[in-house]
Ligand binder design. Structure first.
Ligand code: PXG
Ligand code: PLP
Length: 439
């Protein structure tokens, strides 16, 4: 064994990372507790992003840690196919109980990306199970992020995530995105303008004919593309158009799920219930990888036909509902419920909003937007060098003890739901200091 390889950063090809930049000047976290990380050089860094939008209850939560410890010594693994273990069923039941009405069945996965593939396949297979096999098309949206697998990047709308990977899925079309700085810049909460963009769905349906379309998939609030809050009435319009044409509506709630908007799910926040709801991240507080795809009864029931000894849906993962993840999920849900975290964002949203919008007028800032405990500050890109300015802000913030996320030239904030007002003050003050000195 090559001992020196132990401390060599070269072997790990890091995901969505500027690898060469990182490895010249690595940023390493070695521990974390509640709102803070500790770096390898002993500094405290406040987590203003809940990890990658997943550590909703904050770090190192005792219930979750203990549940994982216990589970590892009790039942480490059980086969996911043709066998069960109690905690997966218990978790599914609890999730169904807290989810919007009608979404009464859950399939487990190991990530948001897998949840997306599961949802898309379920939608197409559902129509076919009903004898409607001509409905195979999938409609996504520009600037949508649905993970990195082939189905997800096909319905997704982030160009660098798509352009390197060939022809992708066929039979996919895209709605326009709803980002409109001209009409909606500096909106607090839900933007006034743009509901008519949902009517583009009618145009797309007119082009392909409804009889060929299986599903529409959108993030209720687009997260990783820079926090795009849907215009007033937009999601309800999509719901109505889908209903009119027998098309399934899929909400990708990988980011918006589990309290991020100040309600358990975005479907609750907006009062629009999808046919399939995709979740991951906050389901286990990010501690053990897990996703959950919620489906309506009629979708589930459409598969429950034929001889009883025959598998109803040819889909699943080695680790679907695995014991460690199920234990982490149960402890996470308990922590959320005991501490009221799934609605805590509603109490703090106003304070967070005021803080964020106080950054208006600082150099290079061209928009500020927010909903629940998500916020974004959009910067004017350096001419000819997109992403450079925001990345510099990210590095400066890190030096000042604050972890933020950037996408393009947009800074995104999504603190753990345990955030206190004093933490929000630190986030806003530190970010303000960074923006003031940014080239
Ligand atoms: N759908 C949505 C809406 C997401 O936000 C995924 C699917 C994929 O999940 P997995 O678990 O396969 O990564 C996501 C993930 C960022 C960022 O900083 C966002 C995500 C992941 C990593 C970073 O914007 N979203
Ligand atoms: N590739 C091979 C060769 C496999 O045998 C399996 C699962 O059995 C997979 C991929 C899929 O792995 P997973 O179920 O962990 O997604």
């Amino acid at each position: 064994m090559n001992i020196s390889a132990t401390n060599n950063l070269d072997a790990f090809w890091m995901p969505f990372t500027a690898n060469r930049q990182f490895k010249k000047n690595p940023r390493m976290f070695v521990s974390a507790d509640r709102m803070h990380y500790t770096t390898s050089d002993g500094r405290q860094v406040m987590d203003a992003t809940a990890g990658l939008w997943c550590v909703n209850a904050g770090h190192n939560r005792p219930k979750i840690v203990e549940a994982i410890r216990q589970q590892a010594g009790e039942l480490d693994y059980a086969p996911a196919f043709q066998m069960g273990h109690p905690k997966a069923f218990e978790l599914a039941s609890k999730l169904v109980a807290m989810s919007p009405t009608g979404l009464d069945h859950v399939m487990f996965t190991n990530s948001g990306s897998e949840s997306v593939e599961t949802a898309l396949k379920t939608a197409i297979a559902y129509h076919r199970a009903k004898g409607d096999g001509s409905r195979f098309r999938l409609i996504g949206r520009e600037r949508g992020y649905h993970g990195v697998n082939f189905g997800g990047i096909s319905v997704g709308g982030i160009v660098p995530n798509r352009k390197m990977f060939g022809t992708l899925l066929t039979g996919v079309d895209h709605l326009p995105h709803t980002h409109d700085l001209k009409r909606n810049a500096y909106t607090r909460g839900i933007p006034e303008h743009g509901a008519e963009l949902a009517d583009e769905l009618e145009r797309i349906i007119g082009l392909h004919d409804a009889s060929t379309i299986a599903a529409v998939i959108v993030e209720p609030v687009a997260g990783s593309t820079g926090v795009l809050v849907p215009p007033k009435g937009y999601l309800q319009k999509l719901r109505n158009i889908c209903d009119k044409h027998g098309i399934l509506l899929i909400f990708d709630e990988v980011i918006t799920g589990y309290g991020r908007l100040g309600a358990p799910f975005a479907a609750d926040y907006f009062g629009v219930v999808p046919d399939i709801m995709i979740t991951a991240k906050g389901l286990t507080n990010g501690v053990i990888p897990m996703g959950a795809v919620f489906v309506k009864n009629e979708i589930h029931d459409a598969f429950m036909t034929g001889p009883e000894h025959v598998i109803e849906f040819f889909h699943g993962y080695t680790y679907s509902g695995n014991p460690m993840a199920s234990a982490a999920g149960l402890a996470t849900i308990e922590t959320y419920q005991e501490e009221g975290l799934l609605t805590r964002g509603a109490e703090l949203a106003g304070y967070f909003e005021d803080g964020l919008h106080s950054l208006k007028g600082l150099p290079h800032v061209i928009d500020i937007r927010n909903i629940g405990l998500v916020g974004a500050v959009e910067l004017e890109p350096v001419a000819g060098e997109p992403t450079r300015r925001a990345f510099q802000a990210f590095l400066d913030a890190y030096d000042k003890g604050l972890l933020i996320r950037t996408t393009g030239d947009i800074i995104a904030l999504s603190p753990p739901l345990i955030v206190e007002k004093a933490d929000i003050d630190f986030i806003i003050d530190t970010l303000g200091g960074v923006l003031k000195t940014l080239d």
